[in-house]
Design a protein around this ligand. Sequence first.
Ligand code: SAH
Length: 284
Amino acid sequence: MTLKKAVFQAGDPVIFFDKKERSYYAILEAEKIQNIRGDFIPHDEVIGREDGVTLFSQRNKPVHVFRATLSEQVLYMPRGAQVVYPKEIALITTYADIFPGAKVVEAGLGSGALTSGLLRAVGEKGTVVSYEIRDDFINNASKNLKNFFGGMPDNHIIRQMDVYEQFEDADADRLVLDLPEPWRAIENVTPHLRSGALICCYIPTILQVKTCVDELIRSRCYIQIQVIETLEREWKVDNVSVRPSQRMVGHTAFLVFARRVEFGVQPVQPAKSARVEAERALKQ
Ligand code: SAH
């Protein structure tokens, strides 16, 4: 898996950045000409040059070329399903503590946006397993991941399975659910998570959050349940005019985090007290 290349090659995802600070995303391709609002830059002039190179169009306008960052890749990638935005990818990787070497399971794969962040965070020694039911989404996400990583990462596994019914991954360290009804997966996946594992559910509406939290509590297998949302507001700094941008990335989704505990050994426990449950588990 090649993450960074100082020198551009065909197949690299790049951003052409013009004088007016506008970004244009492209995958470098031999013989292709980049049209930047009437300014032309042949991709062949970029290939072989270093990240950050400044080139001049036929109208002598400067254009900077950068390797696309994870955030840019997510925002510009062709979408099958709605993507998880960079602001949530940042929170998920930190609050769900996605660490180098971790075994992370996610559902669903969608466009592969979150997957890119998870793969980055687990590094080459970790593994990401993605459950997805739709083959058109699997194809689109595979192309996106190939573009971003310069080939299919060999530590990424895709399972075309319904996570509400099937689950094949024992001892996952982290589980991230971004699918329409995450609470429906909890009963099925919980027995396969190791104790201490962290779970994160990405949920667009607050009534769904309530359903999800109720299910986590009902399973008696999770503690430290935390619900977070984040709003991103950019600021413009233009001489003495220093103010928030008129537009912002407002609501996208809520994030529900929880931690798997050991004593809930069965996937869904009848309503007994946690103390009785803990004592029973200790006797085993
Ligand atoms: N996190 C993704 C977007 C996921 S959108 C990204 O950042 O790009 C939700 C995805 O869940 C869709 O692709 C949908 O097909 C998939 N999905 C829905 N129900 C599912 C199920 N029961 N099992 C597995 N995947 C499912």
